[in-house]
Write a protein that binds this ligand. Sequence first.
Ligand SMILES: [Zn+2]
Length: 405
Amino acid sequence: MSYPMMWTVLLVFFVAIHVSAALGQDKGKTLEVFNDVERTSKILGASVFTADFEPGFVKHENGSIAEVNSVNEDQRVLRSNVDLLRPNFQAAVKYYKANTCIRFREITKEEARNGPHIEVVNDGRCFSLYGHQFENHNNLSLGLGCRWMATILHELGHALKFAHTQSRYDRDNYLKLNLNNVNASEQYNYAKLEKADTENYGLPYDLLSIMQYEDGGFAIDTSISVMTPRNPLYKNSMGRNFELTFIDLKMLNRFYNCPESCKHKIKCKNSGFQNSNKCDECVCPSGFGGPNCNVRAGSDDPSTDCGKTLKATSKKWSTLNATFDSSCTWWINAGKKKHVEIQFLDVAIDSNRNCEQAGLDVKICKTMAIPNVDKFVSKDNRAILRAYVNEKRSQHFTIRYRQVN
Ligand SMILES: [Zn+2]
């Protein structure tokens, strides 16, 4: 794809990765990813890189041409994204630092000659090679339409050996694919991986993973689906995440043996794992908190707790009216072997389509949550609701809930 001169930016910088525990690439298996370049090229039948999408162009009202992110409508802006690269890349690097033991460091061209590194380039597309395919460096391209934090997190995910979630060997249990709507030359983007070549640590398929596509990628006819979730609750949220999920982080921390950098081991409840950045604490799935993930998130500090533990004891509906301006968690407990039914009556939450600024989600299991649902029945006898907002802006919702058999 050729670019108008005004948008042509020669971009090359180098980043080194340091992992404070054993390096993942020393292991026999790779994380949801092929083992080597040769095999990758053979199976994908094309390039070894994973090209996520090609950005498109739109015409600005004043006649100038700007680039848009063709994946997420909410992120469309009619201006150059050149200035977004460095701050957003730094924010993504900071995110990985805060949530894993992986450290990225910008290095000079001279330093880049000395060891493995990621070479960040701009060839117009969003793509990254899987980690350490070549002896010395990986290419990671961030075209003008790829400089959103979520896209950078996604591409760095590839560099850390994550494949697309929809390439998981078990994806057909969770997705309906319509590859008739994808050109044969692009269908490799939906190639399925072999179980033996990947490592998921038994963690469940996560439709909200940062590595999961939303519907419509590489579609010939954009009015027809390419990929739909079998669970209709995910219809509005699949592939629209803005950061890594708990499952993504757990997989990455495990793959890079992050907790091994802690001298003392601690036990974590409810699928949590030891936080390699604060070894006396666990990283808990949303809705759970305390040092060991065994209490309702937020409840260990009553001075700031904005959620509540409620009871659903009968078939009669109860109402929860909540106003919040920070992250709050509600647990609704039913009797043994019973379930909690919830109806979302009024959710006045001001956010963009991918719920980045604020949201309300409900846990479908201990490790996974879904936003934007109308009604819900818990799998066990507890429903967990989590509301969050990035800035101190008051938000409101009303639900009703009851116990069901
Ligand atoms: Zn990708």
